[in-house]
Every structure is written in C-alpha cells, then in structure tokens.
Design a protein around this ligand. Structure first.
Ligand SMILES: [Zn+2]
Length: 86
C-alpha cells in the first residue's frame, strides 16, 4: 500500500477498563503504554494499565488518594541538597 500519509495513524480514544467510557486520552495503534496511570473522568478513579494495539493488557487499581491528596504525594521528602552534582 502506498499511502501519502505513511506516518499518519488514526487516533482512537482509550476507553476506561471499568466503565467503558472514553477517557481523555487518545492513542495511536502503535502506541504502547506500560504501567500508565489512566485516569477516568467518569469513574474518577485511576487505574494502572498496560496498553498495546488499543488493547488493555493489564489493569491494576490505584489508590487515588496516594496520588492526589492535596495535589502531591504523601511523605514527599524535602529536597536533599547534599547530593547535588555540577
Ligand atoms: Zn471509568
């Protein structure tokens, strides 16, 4: 096949593995995701997914509060300044 748009890949919405609704993410067919924290605006939940060829190969529930409590992770240590390199 000779296509004038060889590099063009149609984008498809990545669907939520839980509710099947569209997420805010569009993927190419050759997009591969590994341990991607997929957020569904419908469920308001986050799922860790592996995606290949539009297929969700793996999904793991994430504890949302771990990621979104006050907008940052808990127990985030203060910057250690002794280990800076120049
Ligand atoms: Zn959902």
């Amino acid at each position: 096949m000779t296509n004038t748009q060889d590099n063009f890949q149609e984008l498809q919405w990545l669907l939520c593995p839980k509710c099947g609704k569209k997420t805010r993410l569009k993927l190419r067919e050759d997009t591969e995701l590994k341990n991607f924290p997929l957020y569904c605006p419908k469920c308001k939940e986050m799922t860790l997914v592996d995606v290949k060829n539009f297929d969700i190969l793996k999904q793991t529930d994430l504890n949302e509060s771990q990621y979104f409590s006050n907008g940052r992770k808990k127990n985030s240590p203060k910057k250690i300044e002794t280990a800076e390199k120049n």
